[in-house]
Design a protein around this ligand. Sequence first.
Ligand code: 5GP
Length: 213
Amino acid sequence: MSAAWGRTRSPSWSSSLAEPAPTGRPITPARLTVLAGPTAVGKGTVSADIRARYPEIWLSVSATTRPPRPGEIDGVHYLFISPETFADMVARGDFLEHAVVHGRHHYGTPRGPVDACLAQGRPALLEIDLQGARQVRTTMPEARFVFLAPPTWEELVRRLIGRGTEDDEERARRLATAKIEMAAQSEFDHTIVNDDVTRATDELVALISGESG
Ligand code: 5GP
């Protein structure tokens, strides 16, 4: 399948990019997609799958004041910065959106790389929380807003406990946020149920490439 898509690559947005030439099928150019959804639903896994299988889609790297988890690489998974640096960036207007997530750490989308990506005509994906999605909805209403949902609430709780990266207190905090986020699903243009990562990724890429929705 990917070999066939490789033959149909669009040269219009692949030639002027700093990163390695994309190898996938043509994607609708210059379209911003915002992916949100509750904690542990698998946004990070879907993003990693996109990074691996669809390099033609540019993934925004958020800045955060949260400390890195084991295996997380600065500049790849996040830009890990101090609260002081984050505050400086907010003051300079460097963020497209930013929020305190789960009542604890700051997260924000650096504006410059998103603008540069869209100016190059390359599709861009932001994986952010509900507050951030609402901010982008205000400033860039032309973006596409996609909600990643768990098959069931019980499955979401099971995934959060299963990944074992949070203590009891943090888990309770995240589940409280998740309840609020689940209730906001109708604000989004599309919902994708993450019952299978590959299928969910392909559904998202189909939306980005304009094959559906
Ligand atoms: P985690 O700490 O598990 O990596 O992420 C916690 C939450 O922060 C997730 O819901 C994730 O989508 C959200 N998040 C990550 N980056 C950003 C960002 O740049 N802006 C906003 N508003 N939320 C973000």
